[in-house]
Design a protein around this ligand. Structure first.
Ligand SMILES: [Fe+2]
Length: 250
C-alpha cells in the first residue's frame, strides 16, 4: 500500500518542474511571500469597462455597476493573483498537497475574472445600435433555425436563467467541433465555459448583479437584460471576428 506522505515526497522529488524552479526564490529577504510581479511574472489586472458606470441605466444602475466592476471583479483579480503566486511557491517547493489545495481558489477566482471580462463586453448602453439584434444577422439566423424565432430563444434563455439555484451564470454557447450548433448552458458559482465551447454571451445571475436595484425581482432583471445585450459582440464571437471580442481566455 502506498503511504500518502511518501507519495507527496515522491512526486515532489520527481516533479519535472523541480529542476527549473529550484533556483527560483519565492520568499523575500524578510521571509514574506512574494507576489507575481516580484517573481518576474505578469499579474492579471482589472480590464476597464467599455462604457461609463451609468451607461446601462435604467436597466442596470450605476451603483450596481460601480460595485460589480470596481469591487467584485477587482476582488476576483486580486485573489487570483494571490492564489497563483502561492501556487508558484508550492511548485518551487515541490509541495504537491499545497498545489492541490489551491486549485479551488484558482478555479473560482480565475473563473470570476474570465466570466466578468466576457460579460462587460457582451453588454452595451440601451438604445445603441449594438443592442439591436439586426446587427447580428448570422447569429440570429442560427438562433431562428434552432429555436424557431428570436422570441422563443429569449423565452428559453430567460427560463434557464431563472432556474439557476443559488449563484451562477447563463450562457449562449457555440458548441465545439464541426457541428458548431448553439446551446444554452448554465454554470455554477464562477465556473467558466470550458471544453472548447465558445461563449456568445453570458448573464451574471449572482445577487450582486441585480439585488441593489431589483431586490428579489429577479425576473425583472432578466427581462430588462435584453435591452443591454451587445449583439455586435455576440455576432463577432459567433463568426470568430474581432479578436478582442472573440477572446475567451485571458
Ligand atoms: Fe458578478
Amino acid at each position: 500500500m502506498v503511504n500518502i506522505g511518501s507519495l507527496w515526497q515522491y512526486l515532489a522529488a520527481h516533479s519535472p518542474l523541480q529542476s527549473t524552479l529550484s533556483s527560483l526564490s519565492t520568499t523575500t529577504m524578510s521571509g514574506g511571500a512574494l507576489n507575481l510581479t516580484q517573481m518576474g511574472l505578469a499579474p492579471y489586472s482589472l480590464p476597464p469597462l467599455p462604457y461609463a458606470y451609468d451607461a446601462l441605466e435604467p436597466h442596470i444602475s450605476a451603483q450596481i455597476m460601480e460595485l460589480h466592476h470596481g469591487k467584485h471583479h477587482q476582488a476576483y483579480v486580486t485573489n487570483l493573483n494571490a492564489a497563483l503566486a502561492s501556487h508558484v511557491s508550492a511548485v518551487a517547493a515541490g509541495d504537491v498537497a499545497a498545489q492541490i489545495a489551491l486549485q479551488q481558489a484558482i478555479k473560482f477566482n480565475g473563473g470570476g475574472h474570465i466570466n466578468h471580462s466576457l460579460f462587460w463586453k457582451n453588454l452595451a448602453p440601451p438604445g445603441t445600435e449594438e443592442t439591436n439584434p439586426a446587427v447580428a444577422k448570422e447569429l440570429v439566423s442560427a438562433i431562428e433555425k434552432k429555436w424557431g424565432s428570436l422570441e422563443s430563444f429569449k423565452k428559453a434563455f430567460s427560463a434557464a436563467l431563472l432556474a439557476i439555484q443559488g449563484s451562477g451564470w447563463g450562457w449562449l454557447v457555440k458548441e465545439a467541433g464541426n457541428g458548431a450548433g448553439l446551446r444554452i448552458v448554465t454554470t455554477k458559482d464562477q465556473d467558466p465555459v470550458v471544453g472548447g465551447d465558445v461563449p456568445i454571451f453570458g448573464v451574471d445571475m449572482w445577487e450582486h448583479a441585480y439585488y441593489l436595484q431589483y431586490l428579489n425581482g429577479k425576473a425583472a432583471y432578466v427581462e430588462n437584460i435584453w435591452n443591454v445585450i451587445n449583439w455586435r459582440t455576440a455576432e463577432d464571437r459567433f463568426v470568430g471576428r474581432n479578436e478582442e471580442n472573440v477572446k475567451t481566455e485571458l
